[in-house]
Design a protein around this ligand. Structure first.
Ligand SMILES: C[S@@+](CC[C@H](N)C(=O)[O-])C[C@H]1O[C@@H](n2cnc3c(N)ncnc32)[C@H](O)[C@@H]1O
Length: 226
């Protein structure tokens, strides 16, 4: 049987457990399906709790996907917490390279190595440094630093996804429609934008004309470097 079909059989069984991330993980895999082998995925912030799909279980999803693509497809993941990398090692296959380190330092070293060895990354999945929803700056700055560390190796089709980055906007009460109690305010109020972990990555993306591929609970961009 086609291994890619095996992946979707497994994924379709578990996808509803992903909650708000279900739709964007589907878009991620659809995008990766359109990319050539080998599929190389680099992740920051690995799976840290077994079977907790509400955290994402991203490393497991990416492991299963890259195994289904074969031909040297591979996942690289980094986490600063040795407990997280220990749990992750117990869940995923040996096709995932797991490192305990600070993500920005790791990505900088990896960029040197990948440039030298001409490794093309299909997707970066940035999900380290938990976000404080009332004060997202430290987390958003950390993810912007991660983007800085990989900027040299982003090619036109590299997908960059940041978790925990829902759109945020200025709303007004929608009187008279109980089913839709809120509506987006028009000018002079600023339009909705990306919030959370990815809000500074999105500002950078807008400056350089990168393409926003999707905006759900997770946000994804490509074409940072055209
Ligand atoms: C939200 S969890 C990752 C969840 C995982 N992606 C999943 O889907 O199950 C965030 C992880 O980032 C790690 N982390 C925090 N700061 C970090 C840093 N500076 N470098 C690397 N990892 C970091 C934490 O230890 C934690 O395990």
């Amino acid at each position: 049987m086609n291994k890619n079909l095996d992946f979707y059989k497994w994924f379709n069984d578990i996808s509803s457990k992903l909650g708000s991330r279900e739709i964007s993980f589907k878009k991620i895999f659809k995008y990766l399906d359109s990319q050539p082998n080998p599929i190389i995925i680099v992740e920051t912030g690995c799976l840290r709790n077994k079977n907790n799909y509400l955290d994402g279980q991203s490393t497991l999803l990416f492991d299963k996907y890259t195994l289904s693509r074969g031909e040297k497809s591979k996942v690289y993941t980094v986490d600063i917490n040795p407990n997280s990398t220990k749990v992750c090692k117990e869940v995923v296959s040996e096709n995932v390279a797991i490192t305990t380190d600070d993500s920005v330092r790791y990505l900088n070293k990896m960029s040197n190595d990948f440039l030298k060895n001409k490794v093309q990354v299909s997707m970066f999945y940035l999900d380290s440094f938990d976000v404080d929803w009332r004060y997202p700056y430290p987390s958003a700055a950390h993810h912007l630093k991660e983007l800085t560390a990989i900027n040299r190796i982003l090619h036109k089709d590299s997908l960059v996804v940041v978790d925990d980055s829902p759109a945020t906007g200025n709303l007004t009460q929608n009187d008279g429609n109980a089913n839709e109690p809120w509506k987006v305010l028009a000018e002079p109020s600023p339009s909705p934008t990306i919030g959370g972990k990815g809000f500074l990555v999105h500002e950078y993306a807008a400056h350089v004309g990168a393409k926003l591929l999707f905006s759900h609970y997770q946000a994804g961009w490509c074409q940072f470097n055209k």
